[in-house]
Design a protein around this ligand. Structure first.
Ligand code: SIN
Length: 295
């Protein structure tokens, strides 16, 4: 076995070296990578530029590929979120995240703005288990665009006992109304009553299907609602949980280099991204692994 795992001192994450992930993995390496991923929540493979086909092949060795979230939201809510300039040759399993505009049309999502803390696609009933994001073009870290990851196991474990007891068994609505950049999807611009917001009903505390560990599972803050509570009480509880959860001690920051691939466990890690200098190009491709219904 050649895989080496170098955990970061931060709240989560590890670098993986000693393996070329553009080639099919031998079983021992595949198992070591999978274990490292479950242990560390986020893995980084530094500077291994690859094609979309290699990216999908690497992902497939760990489960079933999921379609990009635009397809998921279209399927569950019947709304179109696909970016107009998406290139037809890009396979449907690849999401494009980019600020690049060609012929007046954005080729990918999220532009150059901040993306707020979120879990990918938790607004659909069965969110992806994992996301694997690779950098094709990126500005230097001094121009912004770093991505941060958050350990939701540690955030749960560090809650006061009384809060853990209060939230165990609560259900939340993870609103389907906005992108992680805060932009309202078409037809979801206005919410009059948070308790009726469209979105998936998810457990506030989730048990990981593989590790059996509990984590906070809050999705995204915008238009979230704790089912059964008066709206004001839900807002107060969610504000308290979010303030606790996004503490720096639970996080790790990725400063991108071209060719990096970062793979996070979407069931127990959240992420956000800094805004960046919009005069520079940033192009990321992402695959996802199919998940199971959160419990
Ligand atoms: C995302 O929120 O999935 C994108 C993160 C990034 O652009 O770094």
């Amino acid at each position: 076995m050649s895989v080496q795992v170098h955990p970061f001192a931060a709240g989560c994450g590890a670098d993986i070296s000693g393996v070329d992930i553009r080639e099919p993995l031998v079983p021992a390496d595949r198992d070591a990578i999978r274990k490292a991923w479950l242990d560390n929540l986020v893995l980084r493979f530094r500077v291994q530029p690859m094609t979309d086909a290699q990216h999908m092949e690497f992902t497939r060795q760990f489960g079933e590929l999921e379609f990009n979230p635009a397809k998921l939201i279209e399927k569950q809510y019947g709304i179109e979120t696909q970016t107009a300039g998406r290139k037809s040759e890009i396979p449907p399993e690849i999401s494009v995240i980019s600020n690049i505009v060609e012929d007046g049309k954005a080729i990918g999502g999220l532009g150059d703005g901040e993306a707020f803390w979120h879990t990918d696609s938790s607004f659909v009933d069965v969110p992806p288990a994992a996301s694997l994001l690779r950098s094709l073009e990126c500005p230097p870290p001094s121009a912004g665009g770093s991505t941060y990851f958050l350990n939701c196991y540690s955030a749960y474990d560090a809650l006061p006992e009384a809060t853990r007891k209060r939230i165990d068994g609560l259900t939340m609505i993870h609103a389907a109304t906005h992108s992680s950049g805060g932009r309202a999807h078409k037809g979801f611009e206005k919410v009059d009553d948070l308790s009726k917001v469209p979105g998936a009903r998810q457990p506030m505390v989730r048990i990981h299907p593989e590790t059996g560990k509990k984590s906070l599972f809050l999705g995204r803050r915008i238009n979230a609602y704790a089912v059964g509570l008066p709206v004001a009480e839900s807002e107060e509880l969610l504000d308290e949980l979010w303030t606790h959860m996004v503490q720096k001690r639970f996080t790790w920051r990725q400063d991108w280099q071209v060719g990096d691939l970062v793979w996070w466990d979407n069931r127990c890690a959240m992420h956000r991204r800094d805004a960046f200098d919009g005069s520079m190009r940033r192009l990321m491709h992402r695959t996802q692994l199919r998940g199971t219904r959160p419990v």
